[in-house]
Design a protein around this ligand. Structure first.
Ligand code: GTP
Length: 303
């Protein structure tokens, strides 16, 4: 464009990294807690959009890359080939690592997957609030030789340090492009997914370390009754009987609390009264049972 006017930029970005490195924290920081629901839009894209950041200069669409984070399970294997396709199709990859943890097999696995990928990769070193600045140099040196990263950006997603700098750097690398989504859209997750995540979040919050992140929530029914109340039936899937006991709690007290807190959030989300029915199901080793993946909503043709 002439007169020095800036052109609009947009692109698809995926954040990869081992569990717990802070991917969700970063996205929440960037996108905020606001969730716009688009219930009438079918989930037809292969990859879930996790959030959209729209500014006057650019639009960044963060998408998930299923299959790259959890190589140990068949769930991962099942989706790994699609992960590779996704990595080649996005405009930028953010490889996030935890500054307070050493380089491990998880990182190595991901770097192997990145070999031969055409897309540019940033190394995002998160949780710098946990390390001494001198150590940061050592961490950077360690990673620098392992992969030709386009940029190395240390941040603290939790405290917000350097997050703006990362966003500016991302913007520099994005191609010229249109604003794909309306400005007020932050995510296109269907309601089902968000509701499941809200329930899962309460399970993890209230049970602290006792229930692993692999706990799944399946929304079995969402129904709007004539009086406008939304009835939701959801199953919390755990792998062990002992975990079921923890989630139910003494005389059902834990499950009741999970339900109460989740209901409040869901009511805020939907803007209507919600009747939430929760139950806990033990499905041993569910992540390794390929036949069950379909039941849990992972369909090969979607990924
Ligand atoms: N000190 C510190 N903690 C952080 C930072 N970012 C994230 N965390 C914490 O690290 C933990 C994991 O963060 P998440 O954002 O859930 O990590 P994730 O990568 O999305 O994890 P998965 O969903 O399991 O893949 C949480 O307890 C966060 O509060 C950071 O910059 N500094």
């Amino acid at each position: 464009m002439s007169n020095g006017e800036k052109t609009y930029k947009s692109g698809f970005i995926t954040i990869i990294g081992r569990p717990n490195v802070g991917k969700s924290t970063f996205l929440n920081k960037v996108i905020g807690q606001k969730i716009a629901i688009m219930s009438d839009k079918a989930q037809t894209t292969r990859n879930k959009i996790q959030g959209v950041l729209t500014t006057e200069e650019a639009q960044m669409i963060f998408i998930d890359t299923p299959g790259i984070h959890k190589p140990k399970h068949r769930l991962g294997q099942f989706m790994i080939k699609v992960a590779t396709n996704t990595l080649n199709e996005v405009d930028l990859i953010l490889f996030m690592v935890n500054a307070s943890e050493g380089f491990g097999r998880g990182e190595e696995f991901i770097l192997e997957k990145l070999q031969g990928i055409q897309t540019k990769v940033f190394l995002v070193i998160n949780k710098i609030d946990l390390v001494h600045p001198d150590d940061l140099i050592t961490i950077i040196d360690r990673y620098k030789d392992k992969f030709p990263f386009s940029e190395i950006v240390p941040i603290s997603a939790l405290e917000g340090n350097n997050v703006d700098h990362l966003l500016h750097t991302i913007q520099k690398y994005l191609p010229e492009g249109p604003q794909y989504y309306p400005s007020d859209q932050v995510t296109d997750h269907p309601e089902r997914f968000i509701i499941a995540e809200l329930i899962r979040e309460k399970v993890l919050q209230l049970t602290r370390e006792e229930i692993p992140h692999s706990v799944a929530v399946i929304i079995e029914k969402i129904e709007t009754r004539e009086n406008g109340t939304v009835h939701i039936m959801a199953a919390i899937i755990v792998e062990r009987d002992s975990q079921k006991g923890i989630i139910i709690g003494k005389q059902g007290s834990m499950l009741k609390e999970i339900g109460k807190r989740a209901r409040t959030d869901i009511e805020n989300l939907l803007g209507s009264k919600v009747f939430l029915e929760l139950w806990v199901k033990v499905q041993k080793d569910w992540r390794n049972k390929a036949s069950l993946l379909k039941e849990f909503g992972y369909r090969e043709d979607e990924y």
